[in-house]
Design a binder for this molecule. Structure first.
Ligand SMILES: Cc1cc2nc3c(=O)[nH]c(=O)nc-3n(C[C@H](O)[C@H](O)[C@H](O)COP(=O)(O)O)c2cc1C
Length: 262
Protein backbone atom coordinates (compact mmCIF):
# COMPACT_ATOMS: atom_id res chain seq x y z
CA UNK A 1 0.00 0.00 0.00
CA UNK A 2 1.43 3.36 -0.98
CA UNK A 3 0.40 6.60 0.65
CA UNK A 4 1.10 10.00 -0.82
CA UNK A 5 1.46 12.58 1.97
CA UNK A 6 1.20 16.13 0.63
CA UNK A 7 2.14 18.99 2.94
CA UNK A 8 1.77 22.68 2.21
CA UNK A 9 3.82 24.84 4.55
CA UNK A 10 7.00 26.89 3.93
CA UNK A 11 8.59 26.17 7.31
CA UNK A 12 10.02 22.66 7.76
CA UNK A 13 9.95 23.24 11.54
CA UNK A 14 6.28 24.19 11.64
CA UNK A 15 3.51 22.41 13.46
CA UNK A 16 1.91 21.51 10.13
CA UNK A 17 5.13 19.92 8.87
CA UNK A 18 5.48 18.10 12.19
CA UNK A 19 1.97 16.65 11.76
CA UNK A 20 2.80 15.53 8.21
CA UNK A 21 6.08 13.90 9.18
CA UNK A 22 4.62 12.26 12.26
CA UNK A 23 1.85 10.73 10.14
CA UNK A 24 4.33 9.58 7.47
CA UNK A 25 6.56 8.01 10.14
CA UNK A 26 3.63 6.22 11.73
CA UNK A 27 2.65 4.74 8.35
CA UNK A 28 6.22 3.60 7.66
CA UNK A 29 6.43 2.06 11.13
CA UNK A 30 3.39 -0.04 10.29
CA UNK A 31 5.04 -1.23 7.07
CA UNK A 32 3.38 1.12 4.60
CA UNK A 33 5.19 2.87 1.74
CA UNK A 34 5.14 6.66 1.83
CA UNK A 35 5.79 9.20 -0.88
CA UNK A 36 6.26 12.56 0.88
CA UNK A 37 5.45 15.61 -1.24
CA UNK A 38 6.57 18.86 0.38
CA UNK A 39 5.09 21.33 -2.09
CA UNK A 40 7.07 24.32 -0.87
CA UNK A 41 10.43 22.53 -0.63
CA UNK A 42 9.85 21.06 -4.09
CA UNK A 43 8.98 24.52 -5.44
CA UNK A 44 5.71 23.35 -6.94
CA UNK A 45 4.30 26.18 -9.05
CA UNK A 46 0.62 26.66 -8.10
CA UNK A 47 -0.13 29.19 -10.84
CA UNK A 48 -2.84 28.03 -13.21
CA UNK A 49 -1.14 29.29 -16.38
CA UNK A 50 -1.76 29.27 -20.10
CA UNK A 51 -0.86 25.61 -20.58
CA UNK A 52 -3.31 24.68 -17.81
CA UNK A 53 -6.12 26.73 -19.33
CA UNK A 54 -5.43 25.21 -22.75
CA UNK A 55 -5.58 21.75 -21.24
CA UNK A 56 -8.89 22.57 -19.55
CA UNK A 57 -10.19 23.63 -22.96
CA UNK A 58 -9.08 20.33 -24.48
CA UNK A 59 -5.93 21.57 -26.18
CA UNK A 60 -2.35 20.45 -25.66
CA UNK A 61 -0.83 18.08 -23.13
CA UNK A 62 -0.30 18.45 -19.37
CA UNK A 63 2.89 20.33 -18.37
CA UNK A 64 5.76 18.15 -17.14
CA UNK A 65 5.43 19.25 -13.49
CA UNK A 66 1.74 18.32 -13.54
CA UNK A 67 2.47 14.92 -15.09
CA UNK A 68 5.02 14.25 -12.32
CA UNK A 69 2.38 14.94 -9.65
CA UNK A 70 -0.23 12.88 -11.48
CA UNK A 71 2.20 9.95 -11.58
CA UNK A 72 2.49 10.21 -7.80
CA UNK A 73 -1.27 10.03 -7.44
CA UNK A 74 -1.40 7.09 -9.85
CA UNK A 75 1.03 5.20 -7.63
CA UNK A 76 -0.89 5.95 -4.42
CA UNK A 77 -3.72 4.05 -2.77
CA UNK A 78 -4.21 6.78 -0.18
CA UNK A 79 -3.65 10.51 -0.27
CA UNK A 80 -3.16 12.56 2.89
CA UNK A 81 -3.34 16.35 2.67
CA UNK A 82 -1.80 18.25 5.60
CA UNK A 83 -2.18 22.02 5.64
CA UNK A 84 -2.78 25.07 7.83
CA UNK A 85 -6.21 26.71 7.64
CA UNK A 86 -5.81 30.04 5.85
CA UNK A 87 -8.90 32.24 5.75
CA UNK A 88 -11.17 29.30 6.57
CA UNK A 89 -9.78 27.36 3.63
CA UNK A 90 -6.57 25.76 2.36
CA UNK A 91 -3.37 27.66 1.42
CA UNK A 92 -3.09 28.89 -2.16
CA UNK A 93 -0.14 26.56 -2.75
CA UNK A 94 -2.23 23.47 -2.07
CA UNK A 95 -5.26 24.87 -3.89
CA UNK A 96 -3.03 25.47 -6.93
CA UNK A 97 -1.74 21.89 -6.70
CA UNK A 98 -5.32 20.64 -6.86
CA UNK A 99 -6.32 23.10 -9.61
CA UNK A 100 -3.45 22.02 -11.83
CA UNK A 101 -3.16 18.31 -11.01
CA UNK A 102 -6.79 17.19 -10.57
CA UNK A 103 -7.63 17.81 -14.20
CA UNK A 104 -9.67 16.07 -16.85
CA UNK A 105 -8.15 12.70 -17.62
CA UNK A 106 -6.81 12.09 -14.12
CA UNK A 107 -9.61 13.20 -11.81
CA UNK A 108 -12.66 13.14 -14.07
CA UNK A 109 -13.57 12.84 -17.72
CA UNK A 110 -16.39 13.37 -20.15
CA UNK A 111 -16.88 10.43 -22.48
CA UNK A 112 -17.49 11.06 -26.20
CA UNK A 113 -21.19 10.71 -25.35
CA UNK A 114 -20.77 13.52 -22.77
CA UNK A 115 -21.21 11.22 -19.83
CA UNK A 116 -19.36 12.51 -16.73
CA UNK A 117 -16.98 9.92 -15.25
CA UNK A 118 -15.39 10.25 -11.81
CA UNK A 119 -11.89 8.82 -12.15
CA UNK A 120 -10.37 8.78 -8.66
CA UNK A 121 -12.59 6.05 -7.27
CA UNK A 122 -9.60 3.87 -6.29
CA UNK A 123 -8.18 6.61 -4.04
CA UNK A 124 -8.93 7.27 -0.36
CA UNK A 125 -8.23 10.79 0.87
CA UNK A 126 -7.50 11.91 4.43
CA UNK A 127 -7.51 15.59 5.38
CA UNK A 128 -5.56 17.10 8.29
CA UNK A 129 -6.18 20.84 8.57
CA UNK A 130 -4.29 22.73 11.31
CA UNK A 131 -6.12 25.78 12.67
CA UNK A 132 -5.46 28.59 15.08
CA UNK A 133 -9.09 28.82 16.06
CA UNK A 134 -11.02 26.48 18.31
CA UNK A 135 -13.64 23.89 17.38
CA UNK A 136 -16.50 25.80 18.97
CA UNK A 137 -15.83 28.82 16.78
CA UNK A 138 -15.58 26.68 13.64
CA UNK A 139 -18.88 25.07 14.50
CA UNK A 140 -20.64 28.37 15.30
CA UNK A 141 -19.48 30.03 12.08
CA UNK A 142 -20.31 27.07 9.85
CA UNK A 143 -16.66 26.45 8.93
CA UNK A 144 -17.04 22.67 9.20
CA UNK A 145 -20.07 22.84 6.92
CA UNK A 146 -18.21 25.08 4.45
CA UNK A 147 -15.22 22.71 4.54
CA UNK A 148 -17.51 19.77 3.88
CA UNK A 149 -19.15 21.56 0.96
CA UNK A 150 -16.08 23.02 -0.69
CA UNK A 151 -13.38 20.46 -0.05
CA UNK A 152 -14.91 17.12 0.93
CA UNK A 153 -17.81 17.25 -1.50
CA UNK A 154 -16.60 19.85 -4.00
CA UNK A 155 -13.24 18.24 -4.65
CA UNK A 156 -12.85 14.74 -3.21
CA UNK A 157 -16.29 13.33 -3.81
CA UNK A 158 -16.62 15.17 -7.13
CA UNK A 159 -13.71 13.08 -8.40
CA UNK A 160 -15.15 9.87 -6.94
CA UNK A 161 -12.47 9.42 -4.27
CA UNK A 162 -13.41 8.04 -0.87
CA UNK A 163 -13.18 10.43 2.06
CA UNK A 164 -11.22 8.42 4.63
CA UNK A 165 -11.20 10.97 7.44
CA UNK A 166 -10.96 14.63 8.29
CA UNK A 167 -9.04 15.43 11.44
CA UNK A 168 -8.78 19.05 12.52
CA UNK A 169 -5.96 20.10 14.82
CA UNK A 170 -7.31 23.16 16.60
CA UNK A 171 -5.84 25.95 18.72
CA UNK A 172 -2.36 25.64 17.25
CA UNK A 173 -1.31 28.81 19.05
CA UNK A 174 -2.94 28.39 22.45
CA UNK A 175 -2.96 24.71 23.35
CA UNK A 176 -0.02 23.44 25.36
CA UNK A 177 2.68 21.67 23.41
CA UNK A 178 2.05 18.52 25.42
CA UNK A 179 -1.63 18.47 24.50
CA UNK A 180 -0.82 19.13 20.85
CA UNK A 181 1.86 16.44 20.90
CA UNK A 182 -0.60 13.91 22.27
CA UNK A 183 -3.21 14.84 19.66
CA UNK A 184 -0.72 14.60 16.82
CA UNK A 185 0.52 11.29 18.11
CA UNK A 186 -3.00 9.90 18.27
CA UNK A 187 -4.08 11.16 14.87
CA UNK A 188 -0.87 9.86 13.24
CA UNK A 189 -1.39 6.42 14.72
CA UNK A 190 -5.05 6.32 13.83
CA UNK A 191 -4.59 7.39 10.20
CA UNK A 192 -1.58 5.08 9.83
CA UNK A 193 -3.68 2.15 10.98
CA UNK A 194 -6.25 3.02 8.32
CA UNK A 195 -3.82 3.24 5.40
CA UNK A 196 -0.99 0.82 6.15
CA UNK A 197 -2.86 -2.46 6.32
CA UNK A 198 -3.92 -4.29 3.18
CA UNK A 199 -7.40 -5.77 2.96
CA UNK A 200 -7.88 -8.76 5.20
CA UNK A 201 -11.58 -9.50 5.35
CA UNK A 202 -14.50 -8.40 3.25
CA UNK A 203 -16.89 -9.19 6.11
CA UNK A 204 -15.45 -6.18 7.89
CA UNK A 205 -16.36 -3.90 5.02
CA UNK A 206 -18.26 -0.79 6.04
CA UNK A 207 -20.24 1.25 3.57
CA UNK A 208 -20.03 4.61 5.32
CA UNK A 209 -16.88 6.68 5.64
CA UNK A 210 -15.89 7.85 9.07
CA UNK A 211 -15.42 11.51 9.80
CA UNK A 212 -13.89 12.23 13.15
CA UNK A 213 -12.33 15.16 14.89
CA UNK A 214 -10.01 13.84 17.55
CA UNK A 215 -12.88 12.56 19.58
CA UNK A 216 -11.99 8.89 19.18
CA UNK A 217 -10.26 6.89 21.88
CA UNK A 218 -6.91 5.24 21.46
CA UNK A 219 -5.94 2.44 21.38
CA UNK A 220 -9.20 1.28 19.79
CA UNK A 221 -11.22 -1.15 21.85
CA UNK A 222 -11.05 -4.17 19.55
CA UNK A 223 -9.55 -3.46 16.16
CA UNK A 224 -8.87 -0.58 13.82
CA UNK A 225 -10.35 -0.93 10.35
CA UNK A 226 -10.11 1.26 7.34
CA UNK A 227 -13.35 3.18 7.03
CA UNK A 228 -13.90 1.66 3.61
CA UNK A 229 -13.09 -1.80 4.95
CA UNK A 230 -9.82 -2.16 3.05
CA UNK A 231 -7.80 -3.28 6.02
CA UNK A 232 -7.74 -3.99 9.71
CA UNK A 233 -5.16 -4.22 12.44
CA UNK A 234 -5.61 -5.71 15.85
CA UNK A 235 -5.27 -3.66 18.99
CA UNK A 236 -2.26 -5.74 19.95
CA UNK A 237 -0.47 -4.91 16.70
CA UNK A 238 -1.19 -1.22 17.06
CA UNK A 239 -1.03 -0.98 20.83
CA UNK A 240 2.44 -2.47 21.04
CA UNK A 241 3.82 0.29 18.91
CA UNK A 242 1.61 2.91 20.52
CA UNK A 243 3.25 2.38 23.89
CA UNK A 244 6.77 2.71 22.50
CA UNK A 245 6.42 6.08 20.82
CA UNK A 246 7.33 9.12 22.92
CA UNK A 247 4.88 12.01 22.94
CA UNK A 248 7.17 14.93 22.32
CA UNK A 249 6.74 18.09 20.34
CA UNK A 250 9.57 20.55 20.09
CA UNK A 251 9.02 23.56 17.88
CA UNK A 252 11.67 26.28 17.69
CA UNK A 253 9.05 29.03 17.73
CA UNK A 254 5.86 30.03 19.51
CA UNK A 255 2.82 30.05 17.25
CA UNK A 256 1.62 33.63 16.77
CA UNK A 257 -1.91 34.28 17.97
CA UNK A 258 -4.77 33.96 15.52
CA UNK A 259 -7.52 36.15 16.90
CA UNK A 260 -10.74 34.29 17.75
CA UNK A 261 -13.74 35.30 15.70
CA UNK A 262 -16.57 36.40 17.93
C1 LIG B 1 -2.68 33.82 5.98
C2 LIG B 1 -3.18 33.13 7.22
C3 LIG B 1 -4.55 32.93 7.35
C4 LIG B 1 -5.04 32.26 8.45
N1 LIG B 1 -6.39 32.01 8.54
C5 LIG B 1 -6.86 31.30 9.57
C6 LIG B 1 -8.25 31.00 9.65
O1 LIG B 1 -9.06 31.39 8.81
N2 LIG B 1 -8.70 30.26 10.70
C7 LIG B 1 -7.84 29.81 11.65
O2 LIG B 1 -8.28 29.11 12.57
N3 LIG B 1 -6.51 30.05 11.61
C8 LIG B 1 -6.01 30.80 10.60
N4 LIG B 1 -4.67 31.09 10.52
C9 LIG B 1 -3.80 30.54 11.57
C10 LIG B 1 -3.13 29.28 11.05
O3 LIG B 1 -4.07 28.28 10.73
C11 LIG B 1 -2.18 28.79 12.12
O4 LIG B 1 -1.23 29.79 12.31
C12 LIG B 1 -1.49 27.54 11.70
O5 LIG B 1 -2.36 26.50 11.60
C13 LIG B 1 -0.42 27.22 12.72
O6 LIG B 1 0.30 26.13 12.26
P1 LIG B 1 1.80 26.27 11.75
O7 LIG B 1 2.65 26.50 12.97
O8 LIG B 1 2.08 24.99 11.10
O9 LIG B 1 1.84 27.46 10.83
C14 LIG B 1 -4.16 31.80 9.47
C15 LIG B 1 -2.77 32.04 9.33
C16 LIG B 1 -2.30 32.70 8.24
C17 LIG B 1 -0.82 32.91 8.11
Amino acid sequence: MTTLVVVSHPDPQSLTQHVARSTADAIRDLGGDVDFADLHAESFDPRFAEADVNLFRGKGTPPADVVAEQDRIDRADDLILVFPMYWWSMPALLKGWIDRVFVSGLAYEFTPGSEFVKKLDRLTVHLIPVAGDDAESFDRHGVYEAFRTQIERGIIEYCGATLGSTTFVHESDTKSRDVLAAEIHDLSESIASRVAYPATATSRRRSKTVNWRLTGTWPPSSEACLPNGRGCATTDQLGARYREVPRTLRLPYANPRWSRRT
